[in-house]
Design a protein around this ligand. Structure first.
Ligand code: S3P
Length: 419
């Protein structure tokens, strides 16, 4: 059934985490509208509350009482980061210069994801950290005075870049991070708009010591581009679809999926662009399109890293071959997303081939539908829900509730548009 109508999506998950964390360092009360309602962002909210930050859920907005330069108190309990890599990694950077002892714990998926990529540079700045098998949660952090660091990241990771920049806010001197490729820059944009001294020089970002609190803000979180991507994919795949998506965050470090699908032949109009705290926002008009295969090169990966499962799906319905290379970071997401995608799409009849650093797909093929192994990964569940719009049989999920991590209400909203 065609996807038709209009939709507004939850606030951007990456920006929501950051808005909560940065306003804690504010000089007064901040109001955040359209905060992402998913479990990951609630995890950040609870972690901050556990460190003494006053956060109130008011009608229409979340209020955060900024506590100035050093707002964090000794937490009474371990910080439970749940399923959220962004909570664990950014909070490590944020807390590293505070004289508190914090234990970071997480769910089974997060406990398998590497944390040494964050705490090694923090150790070089002077933080005292220990971890299970020197790599994984639980991580014990004892914050203390830090010195600045010039760090060359071995991979393009916005989470690691952000953690180092946040530690740099309280380190002595100018901290800089050089990335091998561009990654999402929400940290840089929001910190700068709140008064931090942030310099961006190509792929190197520098930050100076914060000498006064950040400005409190009134902020409306843009709609989540990554959430929009599922609906974009649905409208592109189902004949006769016409969908309008309102208020989508269009930060260029997030929208490479759009460039990829346009190259595949997608019909999408971007209209009504505005800007708020360094973040562009637009409406999108998406129509059913005949697609062709595409090759995605390693340098194009970071800015569409979360959308690659959807590219795999679109490729199964596109004419010709699609190749995704240089995407080995997918193996350390909420699940090993190369394996999760190949397992599910392969079981539904796609001609998909696993590579160490990505996959290749020959399309078009008919998708059978049936059982979905979500691997408890929200983006795998949502990608397969979109796949089921064009499959012969409906999808049956082993854990449909995992979509609540980023988009509670996803299934009913998708159903409402396709009826
Ligand atoms: C995120 C960055 C990305 C992304 C994740 C959220 C962020 O991870 O996959 O969903 O909010 O900074 P990496 O930067 O580690 O690749």
């Amino acid at each position: 059934m065609a996807i038709q109508g209009e939709i507004t999506l939850p606030g951007d998950k990456s920006i929501s985490h950051r808005a909560l964390m940065f306003t804690a360092l504010g000089d007064g009360l901040s109001r955040i509208e359209n905060l992402n309602p998913g479990a990951d962002v609630s995890t950040t909210k609870e972690a901050l509350r556990n460190c003494g930050i006053k956060i109130e859920d008011k009608p229409g907005a979340v209020h955060v009482q900024g506590g100035g330069l050093r707002p964090f108190k000794q937490p009474e309990h371990p910080l439970n980061c749940g399923n959220s890599g962004t909570t664990a990694r950014l909070m490590m950077g944020l807390l590293a210069a505070h004289p508190i002892h914090v234990q970071f714990v997480g769910d089974p998926s997060l406990s398998k994801r590497p944390m040494d990529r964050v705490f090694r540079p923090l150790q070089q700045m002077g933080a005292n950290v220990s971890a299970r098998d020197r790599r994984y949660l639980p991580v014990m952090l004892s914050g203390r005075d830090l010195w600045a660091l010039d760090y060359k990241l071995p991979y393009a990771s916005a989470q690691v870049k952000s953690a180092i920049l946040l530690a740099g806010l309280h380190a002595k001197g100018v901290t800089s991070v050089k990335s091998p490729a561009f990654s999402r820059d929400h940290t840089e944009q929001l910190l700068r708009s709140m008064g931090a001294k942030v310099k961006i020089d190509g792929k190197t970002v520098s930050i100076s010591t914060l000498t006064k609190p950040l400005h409190a803000i009134d902020f409306v979180v843009p709609g989540d581009f990554s959430a929009a991507a599922f609906f974009i994919a649905g409208a592109l795949l189902v004949p006769d679809s016409e969908l309008i998506i309102r208020n989508v965050g269009m930060n260029p470090t997030r929208t490479a999926f759009l460039s990829t699908v346009l190259e595949m032949g997608a019909k999408i109009d971007v209209v009504n662009q505005v800007e708020h705290h360094g973040e562009a926002v637009s409406d999108l008009r998406v129509s059913y399109s005949k697609l062709k295969g595409v090759t995605i090169h390693p340098e194009e990966i970071p800015n569409q890293i979360d959308e690659l499962p959807l590219i795999a799906l679109l490729a199964t319905q596109a004419e010709g071959e699609t190749i995704v290379r240089g995407a080995e970071e997918l193996r350390v997401k909420e699940s090993d997303r190369i394996n999760s995608v190949v397992t599910n799409m392969g079981a539904w009849g796609a001609k998909i081939f696993e590579r160490p650093d990505g996959f290749s797909i020959e399309g078009p093929t008919i998708l059978k539908g049936g059982l979905v192994k979500t691997f408890d990964d929200h983006r795998i569940a949502m990608s397969m829900a979109v796949a089921s719009l064009v499959s012969k049989l409906p999808a049956v999920f082993d854990n449909p509730d995992c979509v609540d991590i980023s988009h509670p209400g996803f299934f009913s909203e998708l159903r409402a548009l396709s009826s």
